[in-house]
Design a binder for this molecule. Structure first.
Ligand SMILES: C[S@@+](CC[C@H](N)C(=O)[O-])C[C@H]1O[C@@H](n2cnc3c(N)ncnc32)[C@H](O)[C@@H]1O
Length: 235
């Protein structure tokens, strides 16, 4: 059952409706290099033999990068339209012949215990029942594997961006916790070494869109970080 969300006219839409909108498809019709630091981290904890899954992949930003780098990765989401978009992008921008996708509900992940070397998500858990989803994601991580998730920091700059984009973009409810609260939630789920670091420069994100990533990626300053990257290893 898909969670309903509010759009700017206060009407209820589903994730399928969101990902199926022509406007969403057009807006994502590009590769945004501001995700690179997170992709680099995901690559650094895996190798070509690693089995990975992104849950709530939306348009597949991270999964596609991982597939391009030869990782055995599944792009998963509860929305069929999101997966259709991921497949289109994978073939069009990443030259992938095959884009493995799967419908997955993060509350009831359709894989056996200890399946993946890496489970990751961006922009998903803050909308949901967090203790339940951490427990379920942890279940499918192999011993020695990683659970990595990106969440909004809720810092002042994030709030500015949130308030500016909320009238344009439909947004479901989300929590803004401090690093200590995030650490506590992951420790309560049984992770011992939990790291919470800032990531995602808003300056880089905006400039990337303006200059369309054309050869200037290294000139863009990575200042004004507005997300947390939470990194945990399952022992
Ligand atoms: C805010 S979007 C983030 C999309 C993408 N990760 C990104 O960063 O662009 C949240 C995503 O989570 C998915 N989602 C929502 N509830 C879910 C659930 N119970 N299980 C799996 N995915 C879910 C939605 O379909 C949507 O694609």
């Amino acid at each position: 059952m898909q969670k309903k969300r509010l759009n700017k006219k206060d009407t209820v839409i589903t994730w399928d409706e969101h990902w199926g909108k022509q406007k969403t498809v057009e807006r994502l019709d590009e590769i945004n290099t501001s995700y690179k630091e997170v992709v680099d981290y995901l690559l650094s904890v895996t190798d070509k033999n690693s089995k990975c899954i992104e849950i709530g992949c939306g348009s597949g930003v991270y999964s596609l990068e991982m597939m391009k780098e030869g990782r055995d990765c599944v792009a998963s989401d509860i929305s069929e339209k999101a997966l259709e978009l991921t497949e289109i992008k994978g073939k069009k921008f990443f030259g992938l012949k095959k884009v493995p996708t799967k419908i997955v509900d993060i509350y009831d992940i359709c894989y056996k215990d200890n399946t993946f070397d890496l489970v990751f998500s961006d922009g998903v858990i803050e909308h949901l029942n967090i203790p339940r989803v951490i427990k379920e994601m942890k279940r499918v991580v192999k011993k020695g594997g990683y659970l990595i998730t990106k969440v909004p920091s809720g810092n002042w700059l994030y709030r500015v961006v949130y308030n500016l984009t909320s009238p344009i973009e439909a947004r479901p409810y989300e929590v803004w916790y401090k690093p200590n609260k995030w650490r506590e939630l992951f420790k309560d789920a049984g992770f011992s070494d939990v790291k919470v670091e800032m990531c995602g420069s808003v300056v880089e994100g905006v400039l990337n869109r303006v200059i369309k990533n054309k050869g200037l990626k290294n000139a863009v300053p990575k200042i004004g970080k507005i997300y947390y990257l939470i990194k945990c290893k399952k022992n």
